[in-house]
Write a protein of this length. Structure first.
Length: 108
């Protein structure tokens, strides 16, 4: 998993965001906007997604638009992202990721 880091790596606030090439092309603007809006420092970790339909889908499904089917890679991607959240002194926010869990916290 390829990651790109922006902001203050010592910040207690960590934003984790799955990104593709389009997102990376405008990342400087996003970081500038976050700096402008934020009173506190932040650490942004951009996680490169190679195949959006596969890496962020929890199960296989036929294509809705175009020819690219959905895969079942979301659990692996989520596990990779969770590995980035090991420092219990920090607060983590994950953007751009949907996941369904039952009441016990197990994915469904």
């Amino acid at each position: 998993m390829k990651t790109y880091e922006f902001g203050n790596t010592e910040s207690p606030t960590v934003l984790i965001q799955p990104v593709d090439d389009h997102d990376m092309a405008v990342m400087d603007g996003e970081v500038a906007a976050l700096r402008e809006m934020s009173v506190d420092s932040f650490h942004l970790i951009a996680v490169k997604v190679n195949d959006w339909n596969y890496d962020l889908s929890p199960w296989n499904a036929p294509a809705v638009f175009g020819n690219d089917n959905f895969g079942d890679g979301a659990e692996n991607m989520l596990n990779e992202i969770l590995r980035l959240t090991g420092d219990r002194d920090k607060t983590y926010y994950v953007g751009g990721f949907s996941w369904v869990m039952d009441r016990t916290g197990h994915s469904i």
